[in-house]
Design a protein around this ligand. Structure first.
Ligand code: NAG
Ligand code: NAG
Ligand code: NAG
Ligand code: NAG
Ligand code: NAG
Ligand code: NAG
Ligand code: NAG
Ligand code: NAG
Ligand code: NAG
Ligand code: NAG
Length: 431
C-alpha cells in the first residue's frame, strides 16, 4: 500500500525535471540559508517555494516561508480560465486570483475542464487562500478509466490532508481519507457510494472544525471523524488536521508506468493511453463547476495582531503554533524569500516569470532515495521532490486544438503548461 495523495504523481513527474543541484529537505535535513524554503515535495528553493505549501518544519527557519493569505468567504462559479492564475505568475498576492493552477485546464460551456493529455501529469488547481476551519463545497464530475484519479482535498503545509478521491474504474465510489503530517496510515480510508461520478455532478463537501471533520456528499453527512478519536498515546498528540489548509482539486495518473505496484493496484491498473477518451476528445477530463468556501472562526485564544495572514510560530504543526497577523503574504520577485520578501519595492520592476532562472536549469537530476519504496514518493518520505513551480514556470498558453473542440463541443481555450521540451521529458518519465 502507498499513501495515495493526489499530489504524489507530480513528484514522480518532477523527479525528471530537476535542476542538477537540487537540495532536498525532510525529517533529517532542513533547507540551507541560500535556498531556505522546503516545498511540498521536499526540495529547497526560493520564490514560489516560499509560497503555498512551504513546509515550516523543514525550512531554514520560521521566517523562510511567507505568511499564508487568510480565509475569505468565496463563491466561485467556474466559467473562465481567466479566473485562474498560473503558479508561475503567482507571487502570493491572493487579491489577484482566488485560484491558481498547474497542468492543463480549459473552458467548456459553463464549467472548467481539468485535462490529462497523453502521458502528462494532468492538472492541479489550488485556492490561493487558506482556511483555518471552515466549510467547502465543490461541485464536480470525475474523470473515468482505470488508473485515472480525480481528487478534491484540503492540503495543509505540514502535509496533513482531508481527502476525497475517485478511482476512474469505480465510478460509484468516492473514497474519503485523511492524513496527519504525512504519516502513512493504512486504515483511514472509507468509501461512500454515489451515482456515477463521471455522468453526474456531485457536491463534495468538507465541514472542518476544531473538534471534528464531516464529509458530506450532496449535502448528506457520509462520514464524521472526531478529533478525540485521533489521539495517539505514543506521541501524545491528536493526529488531527489542525493548521491552515488550502483547497486543491487534481486529476492525475495513479496508474502510471513507474509508479509503485501498490499505487497502480489501488488506481485500478495502468492508465490506458489509447482509451476512448484519449481518441476523443484526446485527453482524460474532469469538470469543476462551482466552489463555495465558508470560513469558520479560528480557535479561541489564538494570538491575533491582525486578520489577513496566518503565521507559524513553531515547527510542531500544532494548532497552538499559529498566529494571525497582517503581515504581507507576497514576494517582490521569484528571487525573494521570507527573509527578504522584497514586497515593498515597485514590483513592476521585478523579473518576470519568463526569466525565472530555475526554468533555464531544467535537466534530469539525481535524487536521494530513488523513487521511494513505492515508486511514487510519499510525503512521509520527506526527501520528496519539488519543482511543481519549475514545472509550471515553463507555462505557455495555447489555443484549443480542433480535435478537442470537436469532441466536446464549445471549447474555447486550452491552457497548457507544458512546453514541448518539458513534454518530452515527461514522456521520458512515462517509459
Ligand atoms: C531520519 O533519521 C531517523 C533516525 O536516524 C531515521 O530513523 C529515519 O529513517 C530518517 N528519516 C529519513 C526520511 O531519512
Ligand atoms: C531566519 O534566518 C534569516 C537569515 O539568516 C534571518 O534574517 C532571520 O532573522 C531568521 N529568522 C528567525 C525567526 O530566526
Ligand atoms: C494585489 O492585487 C490587487 C488586485 O490585482 C492589486 O490591486 C494590488 O495592488 C496588488 N498588491 C500589490 C502589492 O501588488
Ligand atoms: C487503525 O490502525 C491503528 C493501528 O495501526 C489502530 O490503533 C486503530 O484503531 C485503527 N483504526 C481503525 C479505525 O480501525
Ligand atoms: C473502497 O472501494 C475501492 C474500490 O473503489 C476498494 O478497492 C476498497 O477496498 C474500498 N475500501 C474500503 C475501505 O472498503
Ligand atoms: C502514533 O504515532 C506513531 C508515530 O508517528 C505511529 O508510528 C503510530 O502508528 C501511531 N499510533 C496509532 C495508533 O496511530
Ligand atoms: C454556493 O453559494 C451560492 C451563493 O450563496 C449558492 O447559490 C449555491 O447554491 C452554493 N452552491 C453550493 C454547491 O453549495
Ligand atoms: C496542541 O495545542 C493544544 C491547544 O491548541 C494543546 O492543548 C496541546 O497540548 C498541544 N499539543 C502539543 C503536542 O503540543
Ligand atoms: C512602478 O514602476 C513603473 C515603471 O517603472 C512606473 O510606471 C509606476 O508608476 C511605478 N509605480 C509605483 C507605485 O511607483
Ligand atoms: C533579474 O534577475 C537577474 C538574474 O537573477 C538579476 O541579475 C537582475 O538584477 C534582476 N532584475 C531585477 C530588476 O530584479
Amino acid at each position: 500500500m502507498a499513501k495515495f495523495s493526489s499530489l504524489n504523481w507530480w513528484t514522480l513527474v518532477i523527479l525528471f525535471i530537476q535542476p542538477i543541484a537540487a537540495v532536498y529537505c525532510g525529517a533529517n535535513s532542513t533547507c540551507p540559508e541560500e535556498t531556505p524554503c522546503c516545498s511540498q515535495y521536499g526540495e529547497c528553493g526560493v520564490g514560489s517555494y516560499c509560497l503555498g505549501a512551504c513546509d515550516p518544519r523543514y525550512s531554514f527557519n520560521l521566517s523562510a516561508c511567507m505568511p499564508l493569505p487568510a480565509c475569505k468567504n468565496t463563491h466561485t462559479k467556474f466559467t473562465s480560465t481567466d479566473q485562474f492564475l498560473s503558479t508561475s505568475k503567482y507571487l502570493g498576492n491572493a487579491s489577484e486570483a482566488d485560484w491558481i493552477y498547474d497542468g492543463h485546464i480549459l473552458e467548456y460551456e459553463d464549467s472548467i475542464i481539468m485535462a490529462m493529455p497523453k502521458s502528462s501529469g494532468g492538472a492541479v488547481v489550488s485556492s490561493t487562500r487558506y482556511l483555518w476551519y471552515g466549510h467547502v463545497d465543490m461541485t464536480m464530475k470525475t474523470s473515468r478509466g482505470q488508473g485515472v484519479i480525480t481528487a478534491f482535498i484540503l492540503f495543509l503545509n505540514v502535509q496533513d490532508e482531508i481527502d476525497y478521491e475517485n478511482v476512474g474504474s469505480e465510478l460509484e465510489v468516492m473514497q474519503t481519507n485523511y492524513y496527519y503530517q504525512g504519516i502513512l496510515s493504512y486504515n483511514h480510508s472509507t468509501n461512500v457510494t454515489t451515482s456515477n461520478t463521471f455522468d453526474n455532478y456531485h457536491v463534495l463537501g468538507v465541514d472542518w472544525t476544531e473538534d471534528r471533520i464531516e464529509w458530506l456528499v450532496d449535502g448528506k453527512v457520509s462520514r464524521t471523524l472526531t478529533k478525540e478519536s485521533t489521539w495517539n498515546a505514543t506521541t501524545r498528540q491528536y493526529a488531527y488536521p489542525q493548521t491552515p489548509s488550502r483547497v486543491q482539486i487534481s486529476l492525475w495518473p495513479g496508474g502510471a508506468v513507474g509508479a509503485a505496484p501498490g499505487t497502480i493496484a489501488w488506481a485500478g491498473g495502468l492508465v490506458d493511453w489509447d482509451s476512448e477518451d484519449m481518441k476523443n476528445p484526446g485527453y482524460y477530463y474532469a469538470f469543476i463547476s462551482e466552489a463555495n468556501i465558508t470560513c469558520y472562526d479560528p480557535p479561541v485564544g489564538v494570538v491575533k495582531s491582525g486578520t489577513s495572514a496566518y503565521v507559524y510560530t513553531n515547527k510542531e504543526g500544532n494548532s497552538s503554533d499559529i498566529k494571525i497577523t497582517d503581515d504581507k503574504t507576497y514576494l517582490g520577485s521569484f528571487d525573494n524569500t521570507g527573509f527578504n520578501p522584497g514586497n515593498d519595492k515597485n514590483t513592476s520592476n521585478a523579473n518576470s516569470t519568463e526569466s525565472d532562472p530555475s526554468v533555464a536549469n531544467l535537466g534530469v537530476g539525481n535524487h536521494p532515495g530513488g523513487s521511494g519504496s513505492n515508486g511514487v514518493t510519499t510525503s512521509s518520505n520527506t526527501y520528496t521532490y519539488s519543482g511543481f513551480m519549475q514545472f509550471a514556470a515553463s507555462s505557455s498558453i495555447h489555443t484549443a486544438s480542433t480535435g478537442i473542440a470537436n469532441a466536446i463541443g464549445n471549447t474555447k481555450k486550452l491552457l497548457a503548461t507544458l512546453s514541448i521540451a518539458i513534454a518530452g521529458v515527461i514522456s521520458l518519465a512515462m517509459l
